[in-house]
Design a protein around this ligand. Sequence first.
Ligand code: FA5
Length: 346
Amino acid sequence: MSLKNFIDSLDGLLGEAKQSLDSVTSNDQLEALRVRFVGAKSGAIKAVQKLMGSIESEHRPVAGKRFNEVRDAIQSALDAATVRLGGGGSQLSDGPQIDPTLPGIRPTLGQLHPITQTIEHLKDIMGRLGFNVTEGPEIEDTWHNFVALNIPEDHPARDPLDNFYLATAKKQVHNPADRDAMLLRSQTSTVQIRVMETQPLPLRIISLGRVYRPDAPDATHFPMFNQMEGLWVDNHVTMAQLKSVLRLFATSYLGSDVHVRFRPSFFPFTEPSVEVDYWWNGNWVEFGGAGMVDPNVFQALGIDSEEWSGFAFGLGVERLCMRRFGIVDIRDLYRSDVRFLRQFAS
Ligand code: FA5
């Protein structure tokens, strides 16, 4: 073959390759062109290379040089087309292929547990009624959990079978009336005592937190649950005010159509005492206890019960939460099953 014919076929091949690679629109077409031009067995470049053997030896260096140029130019055109179509094989397309027009994937976000939501809601309602939020420790001494609350030593509420006494805890506060025993508090009424010990009167507080009792779990009882304690001490606090505050609270939290009833009851630290129920699913459900602060409690704290009067209440947070969210079994709140908890989005 003459040198001229050889060079002409090389140039023709280059022109054809460039034209088809410039207009290629899919990776499938590109792959077909790759096979057609540079395929290892039957590609066009390979076929032209074979013709070199028929060129006179004196023209071979020129023919070889031009062959290399054309082969490299076709390869460059292939690479450019690959990059343009977003395929692999070049530096630009090494990473993952991204289509910025696709809709994003929404990340899964956590949410507040229904009990936490309830606690925040209760604080909000009571805050609007003028009650300040305070806190007390979950590990208590018998002075705050019993003695100062007018619960004498032989009272059944102090029975080891009804409380979580701690075997190892050491007393930290020294008070002549304290005993050595420490326990997980069985009620948030402990905070009444702590607040009256440390804050000046008059006062109006609530305290929300966990309490512990060895109650057998059932649909409405759990060994660990939350209470909201309320205390209002002033010069002329009355039972009528207590009932108004609890009714206002109940209608704010559960809705204006809620039915509330007060039943006469007994607590060592209030006199008179009531239990508070709401109507739900055809039954009265007890959600708390309340009453006027017993003069013996004021006396234990050195407060003059002729000058000061007060009311206190303690409500079960889980039962309020269950009523509002329509939860019928308290145990569901503590199974940590996200499929259940996810229903109560905050
Ligand atoms: C008390 O704990 C008193 N300290 C309440 C009180 C405070 C009375 C201030 C007077 C003045 P009681 O044991 O009834 O009372 O509990 C109050 C509420 O806690 C109950 O009405 C109920 O809603 C809730 N509760 C009691 N035990 C459990 C339990 N095991 N699981 C879930 N909730 C409970």
